[in-house]
Design a protein around this ligand. Structure first.
Ligand code: SF4
Length: 497
């Protein structure tokens, strides 16, 4: 176990204690995710250009921190600050302009980001550097600076109490050098898709049948179940209690039930809490939009037109802000060619993107209003109503960021070949990839059955699917206790697929 802690260790601990543990104990890691690599490369480039821009850098570079602190230079470039077992390496230290008279020069840490906005990780890193700097200069810096990839400089207020940093460091120091017992359990979380230890952790979580494999299991919910002695998906599946009435009250939509999800995973069945209702039409449009969130830009618009006889795909690319406007105009024109067709999309992203783009230009007026009214969020029609067996594919988020990486670093056109198959099957992507949000983890066979089920529900077979799912045949539930089966049969609209 390494005993010198640095900024990366603290940042890793903030994401996930297990990540910090594995990193400190020298556990073999996989390759960093493409997106992480891309962001790191952009951050390094950004740091160099920002430092070049600071004219005083040349004069101050190369000196030791102690020397600079004594000489009270205005700028210290790429210092390594060390205090006992803690080390911190900001891009630079800048002399604060708000130092009280007679206190000497006080420094503020500077970081370079690979994104265009300041996020929680930058704040965590600055807080850690601020803590180590406080030990050296005997005064806490009130703020730090982040240079973002768009050239902007952001001031970040630092936590001068250092409580979070001190408690994390106290835990890091307690991890013994050679003890496996101290290894934090693999609890999957939002950081996993971009973590270099994801393969091993997913395997561990699956072996342990950990609750974090399920979607929507928050740390708070996990603690609640752990207090009740429930640690596995299988255990959770036995505590599902269906509602007394078969019917959902009018106007009320069924909410996602993690216990029913666990039951679906154990039995391999599809459970319907409420039959999904979708508006169908002879001509239907499926919309998908890709963007770079931290830049607030959109680079690809895809439309699948299904007119009952044929399906055609249309994609509109935007290399920059000007082209973004043109691509958006072309998209609105395409969507208005079929004024009565519903426009399906998965999740809120497309609706928000369209509203943002219209807000930027305000050129389409009536045409845009007609588009806005026809938007149908498939997710809202399915989510919580149908519970499918199977686990999500974590690379969904990772795939998105990886595409973004390709766009950012290899150019828009080179990404086209990777995206084309996806655009070629916008519907498939909507259903296959994004609908798999139901769980984290991976279970290919179940994912395939999910896809079939969703395609049936959403792709022309709705009526048939409803008949099959809710028809006269008796419901059957396999697995679980007899009491479970009877209860489920009595109270829920469970239909064998
Ligand atoms: S993969 Fe997930 S659980 Fe494992 S170390 Fe990384 S963040 Fe933590």
């Amino acid at each position: 176990m390494r005993t010198l802690f640095d900024t990366d260790d603290y940042a890793a601990y903030c994401h996930c204690p297990r990540k910090a543990f594995l990193s400190l104990s020298g556990h073999p890691a996989g390759n960093p995710h493409e997106y992480v690599q891309a962001i790191a490369a952009t951050a390094a480039k950004n740091a160099s250009s920002q430092l070049r821009a600071l004219a005083a850098a040349a004069a101050a570079a190369g000196r030791s921190v102690a020397e600079d602190l004594r000489s009270q230079a205005d700028l210290i470039v790429r210092p390594t600050i060390q205090f006992r077992d803690l080390a911190a390496s900001p891009v630079a230290l800048l002399a604060s302009k708000n130092t009280a008279p007679g206190k000497g020069v006080q420094y503020e840490p500077v970081l370079a980001a690979g994104t265009c906005r300041v996020d929680v990780e930058h704040k965590n890193r600055l807080n850690y550097i601020g803590y180590v700097l406080t030990q050296v200069q005997h005064s806490p810096p009130a703020r730090g600076l982040v240079f973002t990839a768009d050239g902007a400089r952001h001031s970040v207020r630092l936590d001068t109490t250092h409580r979070a940093v001190e408690s994390a460091i106290a835990i890091l120091r307690t991890w013994p050098a050679d003890s496996k017992a101290a290894e934090p359990p693999a609890v999957l979380n939002d950081h996993c898709p971009s973590c270099e230890f994801r393969v091993g952790c997913e395997e561990k979580a699956r072996q342990a049948d950990d609750l974090s494999l399920l979607d929507r299991v928050t740390p708070k919910l996990l603690r609640r179940y752990h207090k009740k002695g429930i640690f596995t998906v299988k255990q959770l599946s036995y505590i599902f209690r269906p509602r007394r009435s078969r019917k959902v009250p009018h106007g009320k939509t069924a909410s996602f039930n993690v216990e029913l999800q666990a039951l679906a995973v154990r039995t391999g069945k599809i459970y319907l809490q409420q039959v999904p209702k979708l508006t169908r039409n002879s001509v239907e449009l499926f919309l998908d939009i890709e963007g770079v969130p931290d830049r607030g830009s959109y680079y690809l618009f895809g439309v699948l037109v299904c007119d009952g006889k044929a399906t055609t795909y249309h994609s509109y690319w935007a290399d920059d802000a000007k082209h973004e406007h043109e691509a958006f105009a072309a998209l609105v024109d395409k969507l208005t060619e079929h004024p009565d067709a519903p426009i399906y999309h998965y999740g809120r992203y497309e609706k928000q993107a369209l509203a943002t783009l219209e807000g930027r230009g305000r050129h389409h007026g009536v045409a845009f209003e007609s588009v806005r009214k026809r938007l149908v969020n498939i997710s809202a029609s399915i989510y919580g109503k149908g519970v499918l067996p199977g686990e999500v594919q974590p690379p969904e988020g990772a795939r998105e960021v990886s595409w973004r990486n390709v766009v950012l670093h290899r150019g828009i056109r080179s990404a086209e070949s990777r995206l084309a198959p996806s655009l070629g099957g916008v519907l498939r992507r909507l259903l296959q990839g994004k609908a798999a949000h139901l769980q984290r983890g991976r279970l290919p066979s179940a994912a395939a059955s999910n896809q079939r089920a969703l395609e049936d529900i959403c792709d022309g077979g709705l009526q048939a699917q409803q008949r099959r799912l809710c028809g006269p045949s008796k419901a059957t539930v396999h697995g679980g206790s007899r009491r479970d089966s009877q209860e489920v049969r009595r109270h829920t609209e469970v239909r064998e697929r």
